[in-house]
Design a protein around this ligand. Sequence first.
Ligand SMILES: [Zn+2]
Length: 137
Amino acid sequence: MTVSGNLEVALTRCYYCGDGNEVILNTLLTKKCAEAVKAMHHKVVSTEPCPTCQKWMKDGIILITIDEVKSGKGWEKDKIPNPHRTGGFFVVKEGFVEKVFAAPKAVAFAKKHRWLFISHEAAEQVGLFASAAVKKD
Ligand SMILES: [Zn+2]
């Protein structure tokens, strides 16, 4: 969003929920800096959670469903991994993650970082979609 001349303001998107996250503006009023800020508008530029996701991460662990086949090879190696998301977004207690995930690495990651990607099929198998009573929005 152009404010004036070489001053741009961008509202980034939250990596986890996709809602508005951080407001960025260029303090160096050059065309180059303005263009860089403009390019961030409505984009995910970091894995910093928005205030709502921060709260959810405090209360539990966010599970985001993905399609591993559609995600393609090597998506997890990107600086900001961007697998094909299937729309499932759940906040569960730590105990649920410990009970459901067999891989100790996944459990440790989830407990440390407070979120985890989960395959869509796995989410269905453990009943996340069936038991989701609260819809976002
Ligand atoms: Zn968020």
